[in-house]
Design a protein around this ligand. Structure first.
Ligand code: BMA
Length: 336
């Protein structure tokens, strides 16, 4: 792959951004984070639950210093739009080895809610899976070898196995560049993972030149597992594009459909991105502009799909689409 520039991209017309975006901002959170984003969202025990990432710490003049840190916040909602933020963070993990836990994704399997997360440690970046019944305590079931992250679980066993999508970060074999791809693994018990397979590569995606990886956990439809993925392109001319000294990447979202019985088989993938940074809160004023990062997708009985996403690594937003439109994008004029 060459270092080609991707250029302008546009969101699909099937996507509608919620008029009240952002649906959650740092000012909505009582314990004072500087950024609130990359949430996992699920319907659990009769209401919507959101676990969101809070970056806080050394905040000066509206800027977050590089050594800022992170905890996870909790909010509940009756409609998936208006959120009641709980007074305290629900989880933070710092010890001799672990620096922070972030980017939660939620999947309900049976009676329990599972949370996938990234863990920065002093010896590498690990992908974790924990289980909770009440969001007040989390039992860690597995932690991957470094470097791996962006794990999401399928909401049921497939052919007797739990399945996850993930994005390992192989720098050595990819000439020191990002070039990270989307993989999948299975497990008999959510602890031991194997049978790893390559699912989608950065070279496959016409609007990525940097990395691709899981977005929100997949949703089940009668045509297959519908799943979002993040696609990243790098453009050196972006220079300083946010509070950071330098930010040259753009994060967009793609959509694809995986076979119900064998999700390692892509049935179809929309040839263009599903949505890309365009709204003011996605392209300006944030920590890292030009970032949308979907972490939650809920299929309502009406066929509406709610997509929750972090915008500019600073706020949490909502977009909707109809499931039939998303399936059509994956099946018509699609690529594999
Ligand atoms: C990734 C992660 C995400 C973040 C994204 C864009 O590497 O850190 O949490 O949203 O970069 O900054």
């Amino acid at each position: 792959m060459s270092d080609f520039i991707i250029g302008s991209l546009f969101s699909s017309p099937v996507i509608t951004r919620h008029s009240g975006n952002p649906i959650l901002s740092p000012g909505d959170v009582p314990y004072g984070p500087a950024m609130v984003f990359n949430a996992g969202v699920a319907k659990f025990k009769g209401r919507y639950v959101m676990v969101f990432r809070n970056d806080y710490g050394d905040v000066r003049q509206g800027k977050v210093a590089p050594h800022h840190t992170t905890n996870l916040g909790l909010a509940f909602s009756d409609d998936g739009i208006t959120w009641e933020v709980q007074p305290q963070p629900c989880w933070s993990w710092h010890d001799e080895e672990v620096i922070r836990v972030y980017d939660p994704r939620l999947t309900v399997i049976g009676e329990q809610c599972y949370i996938c997360f990234a863990v920065d440690t002093k010896h590498g970046l690990r992908g974790g899976i924990a289980v909770t019944e009440d969001f007040s305590s989390f039992e860690v079931l597995s932690l991957s070898l470094p470097d791996n992250r962006n794990m999401v679980l399928f909401p049921e066993k497939i052919r007797g196995k739990y399945m996850r999508l993930e994005r390992p970060m192989p720098v050595y074999s990819r000439n020191g560049k990002d070039r990270f791809d989307m993989w999948m693994s299975d497990s008999p018990d959510l602890k031991y993972w194997g049978n790893s397979k390559l699912l989608l590569t950065v070279e496959d995606v016409a609007y990525a030149n940097d990395k691709v990886g899981p977005g929100a956990p997949p949703i089940k439809t009668d045509k297959g597992w519908l799943t979002l993925f993040h696609a990243v392109d790098l453009d050196p001319s972006r220079g300083k594009n946010g509070w950071e000294d330098s930010w040259k990447k753009r994060y967009t979202a793609g959509i694809m459909l995986l076979d119900l019985a064998d999700p390692s088989r892509i049935i179809g993938r929309a040839e263009s991105p599903l949505f890309v940074p365009e709204a003011p809160y996605e392209i300006s004023g944030g920590f890292r502009n030009d970032v949308i990062f979907p972490g939650g997708m809920i299929l309502e009985d009406s066929g509406e799909v709610k997509i929750y996403y972090g915008a500019a690594d600073t706020v949490e937003c909502l977009a909707t689409a109809h499931v039939e439109d998303l399936l059509r994008l994956c099946l018509e004029r699609a690529v594999k």
